[in-house]
Design a binder for this molecule. Structure first.
Ligand SMILES: *Cc1c(COP(=O)(O)O)cnc(C)c1O
Length: 392
């Protein structure tokens, strides 16, 4: 069955009493049992049924089942934000005294999680160039817990060779864990690329209209101990499971993802192509442009569409601010892959709490603007960009 169909027609685990077409929102904390024996079976984990919504809820399970069907995963666990999915997955993987191999090209909060929060717990982050397989291999030792990366980094748009990293990780018996927020898992097979666990901020493409925060930890079954720790330890003890209302909205968002993604990617390509020809613009970052250094590798790994994130560089931070201040249609906001187009200056916002030296190491530049291209007519988006560029 095609992913578009699975996004809509994945069956419920139990028939709905009223024949509801969409999965109802089970807004309840606890579930009742007929007998003490049944209750004990569920609490012991021998029977998988919900007892308490901190660890299982039918609306969330349905959302997880859709993601599992689409990705071909073995288990999907939904969290109440992308950061919750990332922190819980990595905490289930690495213990004090171990290290995580990763890159400096990371989402701002993930970088801070690894460099600050995990450092306090005695988990070391080793920042290497993951596009250099030899350098990555040298950084691995007996205490390495995993290799962690973003399949397309935000905002640098770097793409590493996932199969090579997967082979390397597996030769050390450690998992390759990848954040696939920037290109949706409906478009490519993380499993075929050798990813063991995918983490996703479902706040972005899945929720669509930016209705709700959410995160996913998608397990392909190759590291069952981690999966088990997450199901039996993380959900219970850390308590960051997705809420039923968010799962309801994101499940509906997932149904239309394919259609939205197609239009947003096509709009983004139009905008990136036009920006590349604009004399005010020094540089454009978009994987769909054949001039992009990662264009071929991205196509091989993720298919022909390149998503809705576009970056471009102007002369100075002052020019970037003037551009943003003069926008009339595109919204001045963080977030990605909303139905509406958004603009942000990552250097002074998402990365504002890092020192200039740290930002230089992360390749986060004061001259870069990040756009998330929405579903508006591309002519209107372009007209807004062009009039704002005239005023810089
Ligand atoms: C937004 C984002 C996150 C964090 O997700 P939240 O849902 O905001 O917690 C993690 N990784 C990437 C690549 C993101 O863009």
């Amino acid at each position: 069955m095609d992913n578009k169909t699975k996004a809509i027609d994945t069956p419920f685990r139990h028939a709905d009493a009223y024949g509801s077409l969409s999965m109802p929102v089970y807004h309840t904390c606890a579930f009742e049992f007929d007998t003490a024996q049944q209750m004990s079976e569920v609490f012991s984990g021998r029977v998988l049924e919900p007892d308490y919504s901190r660890t299982m809820n039918p609306t969330v399970t349905y959302f997880e089942d859709k993601v599992t069907a689409i990705t071909g995963a073995q288990t999907t666990i939904a969290f109440n934000s992308g950061m919750a999915a990332i922190s819980n997955t990595l905490l289930a993987t690495a213990s004090s005294g171990q290290n995580i191999i990763t890159s400096r090209h990371l989402f701002g909060n993930t970088y801070a999680l690894l460099s600050k929060s995990f450092a306090r717990l005695g988990i070391e982050a080793r920042f290497v160039d993951l596009t250099d397989i030899e350098a990555t291999a040298k950084s691995i030792d007996d205490n390495t817990a995993c290799i962690y990366l973003e399949i397309v980094t935000n905002p640098q748009l770097e793409v590493a060779d996932l199969k090579a990293l997967s082979t390397l990780a597996h030769s050390h018996n450690i998992p390759l864990i990848a954040d696939s927020t920037i290109l949706p898992f409906t478009e490519f097979s993380g499993k075929a690329l050798g990813i063991d666990i995918e983490v996703v901020s479902s706040t972005k493409y899945l929720s669509g209209g930016a209705t709700s925060l959410g995160g996913l930890s998608i397990h392909y079954g190759s590291f069952p101990d981690i999966t088990k720790t997450m199901m039996t330890e993380m959900l219970f003890n850390f308590g960051a499971y997705m809420t039923p209302h968010a799962a309801y909205m994101q499940s509906i968002g997932l149904e239309t993802l394919h259609a939205r993604y197609k239009v947003q990617s096509s709009n983004a390509l139009t905008i990136a192509t036009s920006l590349a020809q604009n004399t005010h613009v020094l540089k454009v970052g978009y994987l769909g442009l054949s001039s992009n250094q990662y264009h071929t590798l991205a196509r091989e790994q993720f298919g022909p569409t390149a998503g809705a994130m576009v970056t471009f560089d102007l002369d100075s931070q002052e020019q970037c601010f003037r551009f943003i201040d003069n926008l009339r249609l595109i919204r001045r906001a963080t977030n990605l892959f909303d139905n509406r187009s958004l603009a942000i200056h990552p250097y002074s916002t998402i990365f504002v709490n890092f020192s200039p030296e740290e930002k230089a190491k992360m390749d986060v530049l004061p001259t870069t603007i990040r756009l998330s291209i929405g579903l508006e007519d591309p002519t209107d988006i372009l007209a807004d960009i062009e009039q704002a560029l005239e005023k810089i």
